[in-house]
Design a protein around this ligand. Structure first.
Ligand SMILES: [Zn+2]
Length: 347
């Protein structure tokens, strides 16, 4: 059979059969992207300007024996280092999400579940031999690293809009002051109250995106400045909804601003509109529904998760999986199961 015949045959498949074929091809192709090369790349990119100590930053580093880890079911020896200044030993994975994980090959399956946005239960079925509790930890450890990735400054036109999520203490066992609300419950007060968490999404036309919680209740210009003031200059032109804090902020900073009513009607002034950011909100809200409510203290992690998925256009293939695996392990991250579990929402 020739390639053209195969292509013709594919066109005749039903959508469900095409989906199965796609899954098959992704698995067949990603199997060859070995964890070994990923580890090699993490090592090279982390140490691109030479070795330095993760603890005291000293560059006086010596090789100090090896440790073993499982790569694709086989035990391999990896280098351990020692800092001559503080005498501490470390590896290329010290303080990263992968540190002390002897199941590196499981990480690929886990990353796949992250890209698909599967629940912990479903992920635990797919990542065999890893409990959903461990996967919860992996998820938030990875997201805590990805959250630290710095975005560049915004260029040109910047669309901004805030959206609100109901405050939630989902999963918290001892709730003192308030009665637990049912999942997806609605706020008691009409409009925007202090029970709602303000999430700002700002996006320029190069798709540089900021999405984070700013605090409880209506957005203020102080919150706006603290969150993204350093990414903006008077060269930027803001497109926002009609909330006055945006106007006051732009005027003080000497930026031009175009404001649009957010009543669902499409409004544009030529190039100026907030359609991209409104569409982003819509996709975000649609995607996050699958989790049946997110505890507010984890909301920024979920916002980061969605932002990463948007940047890879929700595509799962060997390139995006490897990319996520490397990015998630380049940044130092001291989170432990306990620091994640017992964190609280702060603004
Ligand atoms: Zn040191």
């Amino acid at each position: 059979m020739r390639a053209t015949d195969i292509l013709k045959a594919i066109q005749k498949l039903s959508p469900a059969e095409k989906h199965r074929l796609r899954e098959y091809l992704i698995d067949a192709l990603t199997a060859s992207s070995s964890t070994g090369t990923v580890l090699q790349e993490i090592t090279e990119r982390k140490n691109k300007s030479g070795y330095h100590c993760p603890d005291c930053e000293s560059e006086h580093i010596v090789r100090y024996g090896t440790y073993s880890t499982i790569v694709e079911g086989e035990e391999v020896e990896k280098q351990r280092y020692r800092c001559k200044a503080c005498k501490k030993t470390f590896t290329d994975l010290t303080n990263t999400a992968l540190y002390r994980t002897r199941r590196l090959n499981k990480w690929f399956k886990f990353i796949e579940c992250m890209i698909e946005g599967y629940s912990l239960r479903k992920s635990a079925e797919l990542v065999e031999g890893v409990s959903h509790v461990t996967l919860f930890y992996w998820r938030h450890k990875l997201l805590a690293s990805l959250k630290q990735m710095e975005i560049s400054n915004f260029e040109g036109i910047v669309e901004m809009d805030e959206t609100y999520f109901l405050y939630s203490e989902k999963g918290q066992r001892k709730i003192k002051d308030r009665k637990p609300r049912k999942r997806g419950g609605s706020a008691k007060k009409r409009g925007i109250s202090n029970e709602q968490v303000c999430v700002l999404v700002a996006r320029d036309r190069e798709k540089m995106t900021f999405s984070q919680t700013l605090g409880m209740g209506r957005l203020t210009k102080e919150q706006l400045d603290k969150a993204i003031g350093h990414k903006l200059s008077s060269e930027n032109v803001l497109c926002t909804d009609s909330w006055r804090a945006f106007k006051t902020y732009a005027t003080e900073k000497g930026m031009d601003i175009y404001q649009f009513k957010s009543d669902g009607k499409v409004r544009t002034k030529g190039l100026y509109h907030i359609q991209n950011v409104n569409n982003y909100h819509r996709r975000l809200k649609g995607w996050i529904q699958r989790f049946n409510g997110v505890a507010t203290k984890y909301l920024n992690n979920y916002l980061t998760w969605f932002q990463v998925l948007e940047s890879i256009q929700h595509q799962r293939n060997s390139v995006t999986m490897k990319d996520l695996m490397i990015k998630g392990n380049l940044i130092q991250n001291m989170e432990t199961y306990d620091t994640i579990r017992f964190s609280s929402f702060t603004t």
